[in-house]
Design a protein around this ligand. Structure first.
Ligand SMILES: *Cc1c(COP(=O)(O)O)cnc(C)c1O
Length: 427
C-alpha cells in the first residue's frame, strides 16, 4: 500500500478501523489482519481512481456534449502536449525577447481562415457571448427576436446570459414570426446599442414562421450605426450540405452578410478543444480584449495549442481527413456498413441493420446521416449497456427498438478492438 503515500494510507486504515468498530458493536465478527488490509486497499483504490476517464462513443451522436464533444486530431493532441509538458512562448515574443500576447497564437489563423479583421479566443462560447455583451452593451439595450431566446442545454439560456452581462434585453416579434419592421420600429423608438442574433442550434421551427435574413437585419442595424453580434453556436467552416445534411450557417457567411462580431464554439463542428471564438471588427474586438472580463474567461495554453493545430487542418484543406468530427461526418454509408459487417463477422454474432447517426452538439437538429449499426439480440439490453459502461474503458451504445445497437461511425478506428473485446466478454 506504500504506493498511495503515508497520509492517504493512514486515512484508509483509520477509516476501515472505524467501520469495523461500528460493525462489531452491531455484533458482526472481527475480521482478520488480511481482511482489514484488503478493505483498506479497496478504499485506497476507490479514492485514487480517476473520475474523468476516456470512453468509447458507439452511440452514433458525433458531437456528444455528455461525452466531451469533439475528439481531438492527432496533431491537436500533439500540440497541446508539446506546450504543456514543458514551458512555452504563450506570452513571450521570441523575436523581440520580451512579453508577447497569448491572443496572437490562434488569432492569425482565424483571421486568415475567415477573412475577419481580428479574432479572440476565450474559454467557451457562452463566455464569448457574455464578454461581447458585457464589453459592448452593459446597461445598454440589446435587441433580439423572441424566436431566438433559446435554451442551449444544461440550463444555458440566451436571455439569462444577456441579463448576466448587464445588458437590457429588448425582445421583438412573436415566437414564430419576426419581421424586419420589428427591428426597424424598435430602433426608431429607443437607443439600441447592439443587435444580437442567436442561431437556433438545437431545434427547428416549421409552419407559420418568418424571420429576416442576417443580411437584412445587418442592413437595418447599420443604417443607424448599430453593430450586429451573431451567436452561431456551433459555427462551421465547412458547408454541411456537402454531406446531404441541411446547410448549417458558416462563419464565412455570417461575416459576408455583414455581422460585426461572430462567435462560436471550438469543440462543436469546428472539431477542436473547448473554446469560444469571436471574430469580427477590430475596433469592437479591441473593446472586448481590454475588458477585465476577458482575463477572467481567457483560454488556456492547451486549448490555444490544440485549437491552432485544428485550424491548420482547415488551412491545409485536410479537415475531412484529419479532424475526427469531419472524418465521421464525411464517412460514407458504405464505409460504415463495411465496418459494421466486419464487426459482426469478427464476433460471430449480432447483425447489421441500417440506421441513423446524428451530428448532435447543438447543430443540425432533426438531421441525420444514414448509417449502419451492429445490433445485438440480448434478453436484457439495459443490463448489457450497464456492463459495458462499467468497463475500465466504458463503451456507450444505445438502445433502439428494444435492441442494443452500436454505430461504427463514432468509434475511432483505433478503438474498434476494445469494442469487440468488450462485446465478446459481456455476452
Ligand atoms: C452551444 C451554444 C452556445 C454555448 O457554447 P459553449 O461553447 O458550450 O459555451 C451558445 N450559443 C449557442 C447558439 C450554442 O449553440
Amino acid at each position: 500500500m506504500t504506493e498511495y503515500g503515508r497520509t492517504l494510507t493512514l486515512d484508509a486504515l483509520r477509516s476501515v478501523l472505524d467501520d469495523i468498530r461500528s460493525a462489531v458493536l452491531q455484533g458482526i465478527a472481527l475480521p482478520g489482519v488480511d481482511g482489514i488490509l484488503g478493505a483498506a486497499a479497496t478504499k485506497l483504490q476507490n479514492w485514487v481512481a480517476p473520475t474523468l476517464i476516456g470512453v468509447i462513443n458507439a452511440s452514433g451522436v458525433i458531437v456528444h456534449t455528455n461525452l466531451g464533444r469533439a475528439p481531438l486530431s492527432a496533431a491537436a493532441l500533439e500540440a497541446a502536449q508539446s506546450v504543456s509538458t514543458g514551458y512555452s512562448n504563450l506570452e513571450y515574443d521570441l523575436d523581440k525577447g520580451q512579453r508577447g500576447s497569448r491572443l496572437s497564437h490562434a488569432g492569425v489563423l482565424l483571421t486568415r481562415l475567415t477573412g475577419a479583421e481580428d479574432a479572440l479566443v476565450v474559454n467557451n462560447n457562452a463566455a464569448a457571448v457574455l464578454l461581447a455583451l458585457t464589453a459592448l452593451a452593459q446597461r445598454r439595450r440589446v435587441l433580439i427576436a423572441r424566436s431566438q431566446l433559446v435554451e442551449i442545454g444544461g440550463g444555458f439560456r440566451v436571455p439569462d446570459v444577456m441579463k448576466q452581462s448587464g445588458a437590457k434585453l429588448v425582445e421583438i416579434g412573436a415566437t414564430n414570426r419576426v419581421h424586419l419592421r420589428d427591428y426597424q420600429q424598435a430602433m426608431d423608438e429607443q437607443p439600441i446599442k447592439l443587435v444580437m442574433r442567436a442561431h437556433r442550434s438545437n431545434f427547428a421551427m416549421i409552419g407559420f414562421i418568418a424571420e429576416p435574413s442576417l443580411a437584412e437585419i445587418v442592413n437595418v442595424a447599420h443604417s443607424v450605426e448599430v453593430p450586429v453580434l451573431d451567436d452561431l453556436g456551433s459555427g462551421t467552416l465547412i458547408d454541411t450540405a456537402k454531406y446531404g445534411l441541411l446547410h448549417e450557417p458558416t462563419i464565412q457567411e455570417s461575416l459576408a452578410d455583414g455581422a460585426d462580431l461572430v462567435c462560436f464554439s471550438g469543440d462543436k463542428l469546428l472539431g477542436g478543444p473547448q473554446a469560444g471564438i469571436i471574430v469580427g471588427r477590430s475596433d469592437l474586438m479591441t473593446k472586448l480584449k481590454k475588458h477585465p472580463l476577458a482575463r477572467a474567461v481567457r483560454a488556456d495554453k492547451l486549448a490555444l495549442a490544440a485549437l491552432s493545430a485544428t485550424l491548420l487542418h482547415y488551412l491545409k484543406d485536410e479537415a475531412e481527413s484529419e479532424i475526427p468530427v469531419w472524418r465521421m461526418i464525411s464517412a460514407s454509408p458504405t464505409d460504415v456498413q463495411q465496418r459494421a459487417q466486419g464487426w459482426a463477422a469478427h464476433l460471430g454474432f449480432g447483425s447489421v441493420i441500417s440506421g441513423e447517426s446524428t451530428v448532435g452538439g447543438g447543430s443540425l437538429p432533426g438531421e441525420s446521416l444514414p448509417t449502419y449499426l451492429l445490433t445485438i439480440d440480448h434478453p436484457h439490453p439495459d443490463t448489457l449497456m450497464k456492463h459495458l459502461r462499467a468497463l475500465p474503458i466504458p463503451v456507450i451504445g444505445r438502445i433502439q427498438d428494444g435492441k442494443a445497437v452500436f454505430d461504427p461511425r463514432t468509434v475511432l478506428p483505433e478503438q474498434e478492438n476494445i469494442v469487440l473485446q468488450a462485446l465478446q466478454d459481456n455476452l
